[in-house]
Write a protein that binds this ligand. Sequence first.
Ligand code: 5AD
Ligand code: SF4
Length: 489
Amino acid sequence: MYMEEKISDKIDLDKIEIYPEPPAEEPARQYYFMAKCRNLVKKFERENGRIPKACVVNFGCQMNARDSEKLAGILETIGYGQTEEENADFVIFNTCTVRDNANQRVYGRLGELKWYKKRNPGMKIALCGCMMQEESVIEKLKKSYSFVDLIFGTHNIYKFAELLYTLLETGERVIDIWKDTDKIVEELPVERKYPFKSGINIMFGCNNFCSYCIVPYVRGRERSRQPEDILNEIRRLVKDGVSEVMLLGQNVNSYGRNLDRPVTFAQLLQETEKIQGLRRIRFMTSHPKDLSDELIDVMASSKKICRHLHLPLQSGSTRILEKMNRRYTKEQYVELVHKIRSRIPDMAITTDIIVGFPGETREDLEETMDVVRTVKFDNAFTFIYSKRTGTPAAAMENQVPKEQVKEGFDRLLKVVQDTARSQVGRYQGNVMEALIEEVNETDAGLVTGRLSNNTIVHVPGDASMVGTYVQVSLDECHGFYYMGHCVGI
Ligand code: 5AD
Ligand code: SF4
């Protein structure tokens, strides 16, 4: 883990005066509580002869992963040691609720934590993230999971230090969920997983209200960060060794619209491109309805923007797309991909597809498979529709029988795998640049790299190569990844 260097690093917690009243303004208020927590951690150290250990577990998307890095940064600042073992002194689950199986996994893992806590009664358990924004979840936790000590949601994550202090000081359970916020707090500590690459939130929330999706309800309305805050964060990251950034938002194409001085996403990319020392720019996620010609132009002329676009299709049936409230037709989607590919032929396109949306027939699924065959995605993440309470789709009639969904899902997966294999494999024998990200988990003689188009390649190598850019020969395509070898730097 790598602590990001930022203005906040210059704040010495030991020098913060702990007046009886905390400051009202942020982030000063949170640093005050970090200093107070640190005193409690030091007390723990004196009493136990060791530092307490904290474990942050992430369940969700890349936005959640970035939030988890912020939680880890605060815990590190307070003085906790980090561990991946869940029988730690402090465990926090950053949850996801986009599909029900994510929720079920959290309940399952909580059952395990209960046993750890029986053996270590001083252990503290916390839950945060999207799942906590659902009232039914909070009711269930209150009733049946009394061993959870701290619960907060997505809107007040910046108050983590303050909430943790209340828990550590009083020993009483703390539950704090906000319905919404318009606040974005800058300058809190962050601890990155990789020294050489980083996600960066450019906006929070979503205004699209796709009818199946719970995100707008749990993440709130769209809020963009100021471009200067984003660019300064990237400049700091680059100074700190980062060469690849991933700009994160639920719908990056509508970035900047609600700022006092509106800016387009394409303009933000152009400014990002100018940052010296930065080599790769990625972003996620793009909504097809908002992808502008301006953005295609900027991508086409950029040397740093990676040749990868994640463009969720969700369904290839115009009838279903309308019920999903996606605001594009099958033809418009295919036309958009055509336009992108004609300007940028080597652009890899990946997508998300939902199978089993209410009322979906076999014919509708055929339309989806038709788009997959026409577009030839480099990868497609296929999901079985999950009914989310409170969304318009949950109240729709004609929920599709499980058997039919399963059968359709398997057929779609086969088409996706076949087209992706031939699409990804089209570079076999070529030499391309890869950023080496890690030593291979199963074979220590291999390292794993990522091409600009997001394809993974495994090459012989060692830990000294991690974080470097190398030229690799793509020898053999194995579906979604390559085996290759390094031919130079
Ligand atoms: N059921 C299944 N998949 C969903 N997604 C979002 N909501 C649901 C749901 N209720 C998928 C979409 C989205 C991805 C992040 O998760 O495909 O693009
Ligand atoms: Fe959900 Fe649609 Fe917003 Fe994506 S764009 S987060 S699918 S509502």
